[in-house]
Design a protein around this ligand. Structure first.
Ligand code: ATP
Ligand code: LTN
Length: 330
């Protein structure tokens, strides 16, 4: 029996933080043996917000290196750059004729991003979810690992696919959300009520490429509470609970055993121990591999090219079916 297909995308904007790692990348790496996985660096989505060309160029290749360094094996996963396979834009146009203005206008991300960029509310930003639907439907994806913020886009993808299938027959697989078991929401160290997010400025997140002393400094500044007890109680002790959660995902233990490890200890010890666990198990090993990989851009270009070809092998037959169904002359 052939394996189910998993698709997910990430924008090549900035360096991922430990929230992206625990909530997305690490879970993706855990799926690589049981599914056929496509992980796409979505540069075409990134340009819906104005990008500096040199930065975008550099970030796309660096993102590829970083995902490989973080554990995504480029021989087991189809790890590639969205603009390298034209199927995405082609299907996106076809699907735009099945996407309603009303539903696109209701997307929270569109409303947020247009509020943040009032001078550049472009057609691409509006059509962003249609391109995302194309990414997913192009490969007959069964499962889409995404965070809570992207659920609305997946619902829309399902609506577009169902609408199309109702007219033309069973062309698209209807995808399901895939929610990770752990690390779904890593909180901001300076404000543990909010999720860690790239948009909040570097001081507020721990980037995967932060040097060890910076990681340590950021954790030492983590907000806790005026109590002294170390226990997991997100409602009353969000800061301490968040640190215990990070410790648990970084060391692969349960929250219960994390609590036991810190029984009777002080907050200062908790902060430095969690920081050291992140440095030893996440940032240092990833950075070591990453620094090796970026020395070899030829290898990275080759991986991107080979994997875009593999993506096209899966996408082309589906795209042809779609065109035939619509009645385009082939
Ligand atoms: P932005 O601030 O630009 O929205 P972000 O940091 O929220 O960026 P995205 O690029 O939107 O991150 O998301 C990439 C992936 O990381 C998504 O799958 C998302 O669900 C996941 N993710 C983002 N932030 C966290 C977090 N704090 N905890 C767990 N997972 C997260
Ligand atoms: N919009 C997503 C990135 C993304 C994606 C996708 C995720 C683009 N295409 C397809 C899952 C499936 C984001 O901003 N995180």
């Amino acid at each position: 029996m052939s394996k189910n297909i998993i698709f997910s995308g990430m924008q090549p904007s900035g360096v991922p933080h430990i929230g992206n790692y625990f909530g997305a990348i690490k879970n993706w790496a855990d799926l690589q043996d049981d599914y056929n996985c496509l992980y796409c660096i979505v540069d075409l989505h990134a340009i819906t917000i104005r990008q500096d060309p040199a930065e975008l160029h550099k970030n796309s290749l660096n993102a590829l290196a970083l995902y490989i360094a973080a554990g995504l094996d480029p021989d087991k996963n189809i790890l590639y750059i969205q603009s390298h396979y034209k199927g995405h834009t082609e299907l996106s146009w076809l699907l735009s004729c099945f996407s309603y203005m009303g539903e696109l206008g209701r997307m929270t991300q569109y409303k947020d991003k247009s509020a943040n960029n009032p001078d550049n509310i472009n057609l691409g930003l509006f059509a962003y979810p249609t391109l995302q639907a194309a990414d997913i439907l192009l490969f007959g994806s069964h499962l889409v690992p995404i965070g809570d913020d992207q659920k609305q886009h997946l619902e829309l993808t399902r609506d577009i696919a169902t609408r199309f299938n109702n007219i033309y027959g069973d062309i698209f697989t209807i995808p399901e959300v895939f929610t990770p078991k752990t690390g779904a929401r890593i909180k901001r160290l300076s404000d543990p009520e909010k999720k860690m997010s790239k948009s909040d400025g570097e001081a507020n997140y721990v980037a995967i490429l932060d040097p060890a002393d910076v990681v340590m400094k950021k954790f030492k500044r983590a907000v806790t509470d005026s109590d002294t007890e170390i226990r997991h109680d997100p409602e009353n002790k969000p800061g301490v609970s968040s640190l215990l959660e990070i410790y648990a995902v970084a060391t692969g233990t349960s929250i219960k055993s994390a609590e036991a490890d810190f029984d009777g200890k002080q907050y200062g010890f908790l902060k430095t121990t969690v920081a050291q666990a992140v440095i030893d198990n996440v940032t240092n090993p990833i950075q070591e591999k990453y620094n090796d990989l970026i020395k070899n851009p030829d290898y990275l270009h080759q991986v991107a090219k080979k994997n875009a070809e593999k993506a096209a092998e899966i996408g082309e037959p589906i795209l042809t079916n779609v065109k035939k169904a619509i009645g385009l002359l082939l």
